[in-house]
Design a protein around this ligand. Structure first.
Ligand SMILES: [Zn+2]
Ligand SMILES: [Zn+2]
Length: 470
């Protein structure tokens, strides 16, 4: 008997946690963090208590209470007896937090299967983040953390990485990961061959990106197996066909930057190598230097090692790294305690805001909103700000967006929106589903599951924690 039980991504974008069971073999497809649900209860200064382990998460239903999947230390901390893990692995579609982050809570003996690139991204995130119970994906420190235990080495998780063409065998299950195009590299759709037939999981994907061919490979393979079930993302099922593309982002941004005779500030997601490449190309074309952060360098160096991604290194001649002010504000080496900065302080291509202000037109500075206080030192009177991210889609984002606009006004910057989405539009998605024609459709990762009802196939409106037999 084959069944699916879905614990996240229902009427929300992300938080995917899909339990697949075949004759007693259990695996999870993704184990992500649900931002929306977390935000219902928590905000900046009201957060889950680390001292309560997973207690706060379970009490508020932010993670499912399933026997034998969570870390022994967290279970004991709750006053429960250790539980033996009977889940044989988590297959991760890609390294976005809404698919990966709650691996942090899982038992160390549950192996994680992910693409080589996803592992690199998770390593980069790990390198530049402060340890926190919600981001202990790579390794974890046993809780409760007593003072003397801070020094103990963390417990490493078991990772098995794959590339396109490799299959994963878990008992009688065969999992075939097939590359797809998304807003970060190393994203995969999954085809799981079970005793009853094949089940397809899209992960997150799109058709309008540079690597649409990869998504097509996934569609073709999915169609061939005549799936008995398909779990599909539906982030933008409510959006009709668009004419967005990475090339359009390149053209619009380049036009704006070349017209601008002052400083250009850009914001995009570090994980998105295609977007990085877009701005790197523009910088080269316009004979400017692209200024990135030390955090960004953690990603870029790993991408550079992956020959397939054709990414420049962080020490590339067209790239500079912006040194932030810390402690004394005088840029002396002693000011830097974060390892990811400390180990890169000797790079030859480090620059400060003071140097940039001497010839602002020579630079394109990648600056995330959270570092906007550096605008005070960059003094960009005039110039442009390219927002190469999605527009706000919830109340909290609207509030941040307004705050961001206040900075833009204060520094007299021209605001330019230049972006294309990481997700397939509704028209393309309906076509994809009609091509694959699964027996039963399970829409997740969407706020509009009802729209899928208009398709001419059996569609389940998923109930959380309900077991669906296939
Ligand atoms: Zn997602
Ligand atoms: Zn994603």
């Amino acid at each position: 008997m084959v069944s699916l039980t879905i614990y996240g991504g229902i009427k929300e974008i992300g938080g995917n946690k899909i339990l697949l069971e075949d004759n007693g073999t259990k695996i999870f497809l993704d184990f992500g963090m649900s931002f929306k649900r977390r935000q219902e209860y928590f905000e900046e200064f009201l957060t889950p208590r680390t001292a309560n382990g997973i207690g706060d998460f379970l009490a508020l239903n932010l993670i499912p209470d399933i026997n034998g999947i969570y870390r022994e230390d967290l279970i004991e901390h709750l006053g429960r007896k250790p539980e033996h893990p009977d889940v044989r692995g988590v297959i991760l579609s890609h390294a976005h937090a809404d698919h990966a982050n709650y691996i942090s809570f899982l038992h160390k003996d549950i192996p994680i299967y992910c693409s080589e690139t996803s592992k690199s991204i998770l390593d980069a995130v790990d390198e530049q983040s402060q340890r926190n119970i919600e981001n202990e994906v790579i390794n974890f420190k046993k809780r409760p953390l007593y003072r003397h235990e801070y020094k103990n080495p963390p417990t490493e998780r078991v990772f098995n990485t794959f590339r396109t063409g490799k299959k994963i065998l878990i008992d009688s299950l065969e999992i075939e990961p097939i590359h797809v195009d998304h807003s970060l590299p190393g994203a995969y759709g999954l085809i799981v061959h079970t005793s009853e037939g094949s089940i397809v999981y899209t992960g997150d994907l799109r058709m309008h990106g540079i690597h649409a061919k990869m998504t097509n490979d996934f569609i073709n393979s999915s169609k061939e197996v005549k799936p008995i079930g398909m779990i599909t993302e539906g982030t933008r099922i409510n959006i009709k066909k668009t004419n967005e593309s990475e090339q359009k982002v390149y053209q619009k941004s380049k036009k704006e930057i070349s017209k601008n005779k002052k400083l250009s500030i850009i914001d995009f997601n570090f994980k998105d190598i295609d977007r990085f490449t877009t701005f790197y190309r523009i910088a080269k074309d316009l004979d400017k230097k692209l200024v990135i952060s030390f955090k960004h360098a953690c990603f870029l160096e790993r991408y550079h090692k992956d020959k397939k991604l054709k990414s420049p290194n962080s020490k590339d001649e067209n790239i500079l790294i912006l040194k932030p002010k810390r402690l004394t504000g005088t840029y002396i080496d002693e000011d830097y305690t974060d390892m990811y900065i400390k180990k890169r302080l000797n790079y030859p291509n480090i620059i400060t805001t003071e140097e940039i202000t001497k010839k602002p037109n020579n630079y394109m500075v990648v600056l995330n909103f959270y570092y906007f206080n550096m605008l005070i030192d960059l003094k960009p009177n005039g110039g442009i700000y390219i927002h190469s991210l999605s527009e706000p889609f919830n109340e909290e984002m609207e509030i941040s967006f307004e705050r961001m606009k206040a900075w833009i006004r204060h520094f007299n910057l021209k605001f330019v929106q230049s972006h294309c989405s990481g997700h397939i539009n509704g028209t393309d998605l309906k076509e994809l589903i009609n091509t694959v024609t699964p027996k039963v459709l399970f829409p997740i990762h969407t706020e509009h599951p009802g729209i899928f009802r208009t398709l001419s196939m059996q569609t389940r409106m998923i109930k959380e924690g309900k077991e669906y037999k296939l």
